[in-house]
Design a protein around this ligand. Structure first.
Ligand SMILES: [Zn+2]
Length: 239
């Protein structure tokens, strides 16, 4: 299978986990599951990708933590406007953004998660949708959050292209994903705890993530250096 980021055909085998082969692209270095899980396998997985009861009990604490994460991000667009959380689960980040003064919308593939979010945070708006379909509606946001989503995707370009459409020019994006290029990732790559197909199937590093963001009009303005293998990037939409 061609590389989801650069389209290159050449790759080397990295290992195998739970019946899925992981390869490294010889062109851009992206690591990904090859072949990708079928649409059916992924649909079955997300049908039971659920609402985590423990998370819900910890809701107020999670909202406070997300406010601390979001405050500097939202400050980059003047601290008010329209906020979108992609992969919103039960809505904690939307509630955090709303409490910080934003009009908040969350989208998630899981209708169960969206129903729970609506029940918990009725002053936010939630939609069960994938990003590409949602972006087709033409809505544009000042600030967009996308935490721990891109590692789940079988296809990169249509997602990042849609991301480029939902963030207004001058708007801000905050994105997190595991960092496959981090010194903390085990030498035996597939033994890394983030390699969990069919859930996590595309593994970015700083270079591959930057390449995708820049291609769709973003400039990275802040990238935290972390001790754990995680990318946390803030980017502004420039064009
Ligand atoms: Zn590649």
């Amino acid at each position: 299978m061609a590389c989801p980021v650069c389209g290159g055909e050449a790759h080397t085998r990295v290992g195998e986990k739970d019946g899925h082969v992981v390869v490294a692209c010889s062109g851009c270095g992206l690591r990904y599951v090859d072949p990708m899980p079928s649409e059916q396998e992924i649909a079955d997985y997300y049908a039971k990708y659920w609402v985590n009861e423990k998370n819900i009990r910890n809701g107020p604490r999670k909202v406070e933590r997300l406010k601390r994460i979001l405050r500097p991000v939202l400050g980059r667009v003047g601290g008010e406007g329209r906020f979108l959380d992609i992969g919103c689960n039960t809505g904690f980040a939307c509630e955090a953004a709303r409490e910080l003064g934003f009009e908040a919308t969350g989208i998630d593939l899981s209708a169960d998660a969206v129903a729970k979010a609506e029940e918990m945070y009725p002053r936010c708006r939630f939609v069960a949708s994938d990003l590409q379909s949602f972006a087709g509606g033409g809505e544009v946001y000042d600030a967009v959050l996308c935490r721990e989503v891109v590692e789940h995707l079988t296809e990169a370009h249509s997602f990042f292209e849609a991301l480029g459409r939902v963030v207004r020019v001058g708007g801000v994006l905050h994105m997190t994903t595991p960092d496959a290029g981090h010194f903390g990732v085990p030498k035996d790559f597939v033994s890394w705890k983030e390699v969990i197909p069919p859930e996590h199937i595309t593994f970015y590093d700083r270079k591959t993530l930057q390449r995708m963001l820049e291609l769709y009009g973003f400039e990275i303005v802040n990238q935290k250096l972390l001790l754990k293998p995680s990318l946390r990037v803030t980017a502004m939409k420039r064009r």
